[in-house]
Design a protein around this ligand. Sequence first.
Ligand SMILES: Cc1cc2nc3c(=O)[nH]c(=O)nc-3n(C[C@H](O)[C@H](O)[C@H](O)COP(=O)(O)O)c2cc1C
Length: 339
Amino acid sequence: MKVCRITDCGRKEQIAREILEALTDWFEVPESREAYIRESREQAFFAAEQDGRMIGFLCLKETGRSTVELAVMGVRKESHRQGAGKALVQAAKEYAAGAGYEFMQVKTVQMGRYEDYDRTNRFYLDAGFRELEVFPDYWDEANPCQIYVLSLKEKVTLTDLIMSRRSYRGKYRPDKIPRKDLKAIMEAGLAAPSGCNRQTTSLIAVDDETLLARMHQVIDPPVAETAPAMICVLTRRINAYRDRCFATQDYSAAIENMLLAIAAMGYQSCWYEGHITDEDRIGDRIAGILGVPDEYELVCILPVGIAESTSAAPKKKPFEERAWFNGFGPGAADRDGNP
Ligand SMILES: Cc1cc2nc3c(=O)[nH]c(=O)nc-3n(C[C@H](O)[C@H](O)[C@H](O)COP(=O)(O)O)c2cc1C
């Protein structure tokens, strides 16, 4: 079973309909079912897939600057108690925390009314939600509304994110990347430090299919062909002071910020620089397609998309081979008396 984010509005509606229409014990009123399906188009949407079949989904809706609501979640009855709900909530928590939200709320019928809803209550409590308040008349007297809240802070730490990021070179799903996500990723890049604050890095996000196709005509051998968006990193090699140019350091910091923002939002990417700055100068040809002025150099492309598969972690040398305390080499640790 795998959970992935869906960004295509039509697919969201289709999956929501498929699942909710199979769960009429919980979603019995056709009008509210239709409302959930309709509203899912605009919401952050996560789907659980098993053996090529969608078995569940979850939608998030912003209800305040710091809060998202778990607006609707459904898992096919025959797939209950197999971890799909838990995996969906986990994916939603990671996404929401990465997107900067602090709380997630969810509404359900208060514990002690109906057996099915009691199971739902226990599921949310297990997932870390806590009782916030009960509103007896929010829906109607027979269905008192329990609001649960979950703190998203400290759930996925920056260190966790840094340690789990890796280069992805597999296929991407065709789902489009919302402009607001691409903008948030680019903002993370532009927030990076730069030597003497010269801000030598500029960015172009490409999400136009025709333009992407033209870019791929010059990327030979091909990479990231299926990515629905690509962020192109430009640099201006101007001096920060005297003859010191920090353009490479500047764009490297921006790229790492963007890679982390991409990972935080549940997307994948890879730092393609060697590939496009080699003798065949693919980067220059992409720059030509994008109308980049001569004083800028296109140094890197970052695909952005939802992964079709998982990537294996590359082997990294052990800590002791590359980092030490109080001097070079492993023996240095003895100098402060700590082995
Ligand atoms: C300056 C630089 C250039 C890179 N160029 C490429 C490239 O052209 N093609 C590629 O597949 N990966 C490229 N990478 C990604 C590295 O291969 C990757 O970071 C490394 O193998 C470690 O894997 P990880 O990112 O999963 O930790 C580049 C990384 C850096 C920092």
